[in-house]
Design a protein. Structure first.
Length: 202
């Protein structure tokens, strides 16, 4: 299945997805890596990996978010994308893109949703005193970080944790979870995924 990645920054989750796609039996191939930030390190990484990349800077669109998303949508269609993975895409989506890609757009979020939607999840988890934290892959709907959960991975919060330490522990799990959740999402009709389903579906 042709899958496009949308990112804004570092691109470590994109890297994990790209590496997963190198396995011959993985059900996705990356058809486009697109960023709203022309300077995103993740875009550079994808270019070096030999993948088609595109930057569509949001700034020239000023406040017309829908026009920016229409340009993104046109590129996704042109690339033949059948699903989209948000991988550190840091712009809120409007109903235009979430409707066009309803049921076909995934996101990874660094908390165990529905706890801690939005930003600064690791600081907020520490402040709340939770003992278990983690990450979630979910379908994208209009409400931010609100769509149906496809998979989660948990990590302990340890004594002496800082937000950075916790973020690094969660990020390692993000890199394992996202490819597995994407595989499960694309293969969901396949009976061979039953065992994984128990681990992934919340
Ligand atoms: C990750 O923590 C992801 O969960 C969140 O944004 C961060 C992106 O990191 N949505 P990277 O660009 O994938 O390294």
């Amino acid at each position: 299945t042709p899958v496009a990645l949308l990112l804004s920054g570092r691109g470590s989750n994109a890297t994990a997805l790209i590496e997963a796609c190198n396995a011959p039996d993985f059900p996705a191939r990356i058809c486009l890596v697109l960023s709203n930030n022309p300077d995103a390190p993740g875009l550079d990484m994808a270019r070096k990996a030999g993948l088609p990349t595109k930057a569509i800077d949001h700034r020239p669109f000023k406040k017309d978010r829908t026009a920016h998303e229409q340009a993104i949508h046109a590129s996704l269609l042109e690339a033949g994308a059948e699903a989209v993975c948000l991988a550190g895409y840091m712009r809120l989506l409007t109903p235009f893109l979430t409707t066009e890609w309803a049921g076909k757009m995934l996101n990874i979020h660094p908390s165990l949703l529905p706890s801690f939607p939005g930003l600064h999840t690791h600081e907020r988890a520490l402040d709340a005193g939770v003992r278990i934290h983690g990450c979630t892959v979910h379908l994208v709907t209009e409400g931010m970080d609100e769509g149906p959960i496809l998979g989660q991975a948990a990590v302990p919060v340890l004594p002496g944790d800082t937000a950075d330490l916790l973020a690094a522990r969660v990020l390692r799990e993000e890199h394992r979870l996202y490819p597995r959740a994407l595989r499960h999402f694309l293969d969901k009709a396949a009976p061979s995924c039953q065992a994984e389903t128990a681990l992934l579906v919340a």
